[in-house]
Design a protein around this ligand. Structure first.
Ligand SMILES: [Zn+2]
Length: 289
């Protein structure tokens, strides 16, 4: 009996046994639909599609986790991912690209992700997608039809949302931070607050009450949570626009602390002040629509 078979048998029958392993994996693997798993770890959430054609993943966290991720994939089906879809270029979502590409995985992402990863890693780097696309692309694999759709100027300028149409699951990448607060809008990489709002609004039209919503960070959730997130984003934008009246400078707006009425928690790397600055710059920018 193969180890994987033993493992799934163990899971199936609820018996508790563990493999002697001194290395504790930092990953948590959760089935969310028949042929779809989500891996939580450090960095962006990974979705795993598996079935008759093989296996592919959405995002791959950090390079140091690649071996743990491959081991986790091996427990699901096979440790070789046919494709790695990068939802955007940030290092906590693409850090494993090189390690997976070295095993023969084909990295797929929007043209702008290719451009930004090339700027960061150089022309012939294995971090770069070997397949890049413009508006959208569809993977017909594992009896699943996965639509990759580009949303311009959202979290960055290269975000793709992945719609698993049969599993009824949607991976939003960092367009959705499900951490109870406001998202990081990477204005320096072409991101825009209004673009995030537009993207979430559009994604909601493709979701129903049974849809599995996979955020870039935080727990897998449902359409209701995504709706609440949209309400929060719109409130934040209104507060910002109100505070920005009379052509106030960024310093003046930060001093007002316009986001305070939302009573949200902030992290060290993304403080309320920094969020206010990013939103200010986004709402001042020309591509604001
Ligand atoms: Zn990101």
């Amino acid at each position: 009996m193969k180890l994987t078979t033993l493992l799934s048998a163990g899971l199936l029958f609820g018996s508790s046994f563990s493999i002697a392993d001194e290395h504790k994996s930092p990953l948590t693997v959760t089935p969310v639909a028949k042929q779809l798993h989500v891996i939580y770890g450090q960095g962006g959430n990974i979705a795993v599609s598996h079935g008759k054609d093989g296996l592919y993943i959405i995002d791959d966290q950090f390079a140091r986790l690649s071996n743990d991720i491959k081991k986790a994939l091996g427990n699901i089906q096979t440790n070789r991912a046919e494709f790695v879809v990068s939802t955007h270029h940030h290092g906590d979502h693409t850090g494993g690209n090189e390690n997976f590409a070295s095993d023969g995985s084909h990295v797929i992402a929007h043209h702008n992700v290719h451009k930004r990863l090339e700027e960061k890693h150089g022309k012939n780097s294995k971090f770069l997608p070997v397949l890049s696309f413009g508006h959208d692309m569809t993977l017909h694999f594992n009896n699943e039809k996965a639509n990759l759709k580009h949303y311009p100027h959202a979290h960055t300028d290269g975000d793709s949302v992945v719609f698993f149409t049969k599993a009824n699951a949607i991976h939003l990448g960092d367009i959705y931070f499900n951490l109870g607060g406001l998202p990081f809008v990477d204005v320096d990489s072409g991101g825009s607050l209004s673009g995030v709002i537009d993207a979430v609004t559009d994604v909601l039209t493709h979701a129903d009450d049974k849809s599995i919503i996979i955020p870039g960070h935080g727990q897998v959730t449902d359409k209701q949570s995504l709706k609440k997130y949209l309400v929060l984003l719109k409130r934040a934008r209104s507060l910002m626009i109100e505070a920005m009246s009379d052509n106030k400078t960024m310093a003046e707006v930060v001093a007002i602390a316009p986001l305070s009425p939302l009573s949200l928690k902030y992290s060290n790397w993304l403080s309320q002040e920094r969020t206010t600055e990013l939103f200010y710059r986004s709402l001042k920018a020309k591509h604001h629509h």
